[in-house]
Design a binder for this molecule. Structure first.
Ligand code: 6PG
Length: 245
């Protein structure tokens, strides 16, 4: 069952998400001595990343125990302005003591299908061949069309039931993306959506309270098999929901 948390504004949402991140880090390290997290791209999570490098949160994190993955990546070089890796480096990774070996980047500069195959191998290498790939936390945003990661409406990646990572052509963007599949996301110990701003209010109400139409609203596909799902919302994004703060 999804947990929905609504905060008065963007800043309070992000502070709550940072506390959630630290709490899950501490639990994961206590349980299996590391914390594997897939970061989201887009603009919303940048505030969270910038908070995590601040002393008030950074003090609780031994980054040598953190392994960073991505939920999706654009098919561009790692130093490209559109790269999710580039954005997270600037917002967080360059400012914390994260060993390079703990950065597991999707290679957006490579041919999309090869990059997807390589990333799936990297996940299996990290979790152990034959072991289930279960990230401790997957951070997700949601577009105003209901997409998440690079699972866009009516795209082929929505139909993937076996692979953990695929290359997904997005006609509306006329671009290829690399993305975790719903299978990979729903296997996570915890999934957290971060949704902020009034522009997301209408699609959020459809996703959370409307009829199931997952091909049009791929965020509806996210339902962890045995993990937790938390929606971190601000009041602007949640304004059309039947529940309020
Ligand atoms: C990406 C993200 C994507 C993002 C949504 C929301 O690569 O862009 O993975 O799924 O989370 O598009 O983006 P905003 O947070 O910028 O609204």
């Amino acid at each position: 069952m999804a947990e929905i948390k609504i905060y008065a504004d963007h800043e309070l949402l992000m502070r709550a998400a940072a506390e959630h991140f630290v709490s899950l880090y501490e639990a994961a390290v206590a349980d299996h001595q590391h914390f594997s997290v897939a970061l989201s791209g887009g603009s919303t999570p940048k505030t969270l990343y910038e908070l995590l490098k601040e002393e008030m949160f950074n003090r609780y994190i031994d980054w040598s125990l953190v392994h960073v993955f991505w939920g999706d990546e654009r098919c561009v070089p790692p130093d490209h302005a559109d790269s999710n890796y580039h954005m997270t480096r600037l917002a967080l990774l360059d400012a914390v003591d994260l060993p390079l070996t703990n950065i597991h980047r999707m290679h957006g500069e490579d041919a999309p299908e090869q990059a997807a195959l390589d990333y799936e191998k990297a996940l299996h290498d990290f979790f152990g061949q034959g072991e289930e790939v279960r990230l401790d936390l997957i951070l997700l945003g949601m577009g105003d069309d209901g997409h998440t990661a690079s699972l866009f409406p009516e795209t082929e990646a929505l139909d993937e039931v076996d692979r953990l990572v695929v290359a997904n052509y997005v006609p509306k963007l006329e671009a290829w993306r690399i993305t975790l599949t719903t299978k990979a996301i729903n296997a996570a110990h915890h999934v957290a959506f971060l949704v902020s701003g009034h522009a997301k209010a209408s699609v959020l109400q459809e996703v959370l309270e409307g009829p199931r139409q997952a091909r049009e609203l791929p965020s509806q596909l996210i339902n962890p098999t045995s993990g937790g799902l938390t929606w971190f919302l601000d009041a602007d994004a949640a304004q059309l929901l039947s529940r309020t703060i």
